[in-house]
Design a protein around this ligand. Structure first.
Ligand SMILES: [Zn+2]
Ligand SMILES: [Zn+2]
Length: 240
């Protein structure tokens, strides 16, 4: 589904574990497209078919940028990189370093979930070890196939969570930090922090946002003024 010029939405296909939404950024004619997030294990062919269904040539996907590296976002990255072998992986350094070292604690979030998923899906240790072509720090201005995004580091849900913000278009891709319906991401997994999440929500609340494209659930194309501020306010007492 096309959100606007240069932004395409591929809805997550939830199983008993949710499957993250994916977004494709960039003007298709630029041949310089970016996939934001992959999704759950086994969803690679669905995501790839959806990209091709948009009329996009896979070789035009030059990189995958992860909002963060939880399993429901990175699970099918190996499948996607198999189909698009030349795509680079861009991740915030706080999660890029663990990915390169094969430290999967952030990916799984907690030990119980790791053993459950590994036996359920037959995943070996080290499945989510990747070479990271570019480690983001936050504050970068990215020109992606004719679209322009600021990288904002918003730790809390995970240590290397980022948002992508297109200021002129007032479009925000916040990963799992803030959703529609006054919901926010969980903050009890490995590397998460309630107080950091509170600060990150306050940072996002300063932005003018008309379109909110989160990692799960509904997307919002007409965000009410002050929406994120209201979310931050409602959740502040629970975040410490
Ligand atoms: Zn997450
Ligand atoms: Zn998620």
């Amino acid at each position: 589904m096309k959100i606007s010029e240069g932004i395409y939405f591929i809805e997550g296909q939830d199983e008993f574990i949710p499957d993250a939404h994916a977004y494709v950024l960039g003007d298709p004619s630029s041949g310089d497209l970016t996939l934001v997030d992959a999704g759950l294990m086994g969803k690679g062919s669905y995501k790839i078919n959806s990209i091709e269904g948009l009329g996009i040539e896979l070789s035009h996907i030059k990189r995958v940028i992860m909002t963060h590296t939880h399993l429901d976002h990175i699970g099918c990255l190996p499948e996607i990189l198999e189909a698009i072998p030349n795509a680079e992986l861009w991740v915030h350094e706080e999660e890029g370093d663990p990915l390169e070292q094969g430290d999967e604690r952030i990916v799984y979030g907690m030990e119980m979930f790791r053993s459950m998923c590994q036996s359920q899906y037959g995943i070996p240790d080290g499945r989510f070890r990747f070479q990271v072509a570019r480690k983001l720090k936050g504050g970068e201005a990215l020109e992606l196939g004719g679209t322009r995004w600021e990288v904002i580091h918003i730790p809390g849900h995970s240590p290397g969570s980022i948002a992508l913000y297109w200021r002129e278009q007032r479009i925000l891709i916040p990963g799992d930090t803030v959703y529609a319906d006054y919901a926010i991401g969980r903050f009890d997994l490995h590397g998460a922090s309630g107080p950091q999440l509170r600060k990150s929500l306050m940072k996002l609340a300063e932005l003018e946002v008309d379109v909110l494209l989160p990692g799960h659930n509904r997307i919002l194309t007409q965000v009410p003024p002050g929406y994120i501020q209201e979310v931050a306010k409602q959740w502040a007492p629970y975040l410490g």
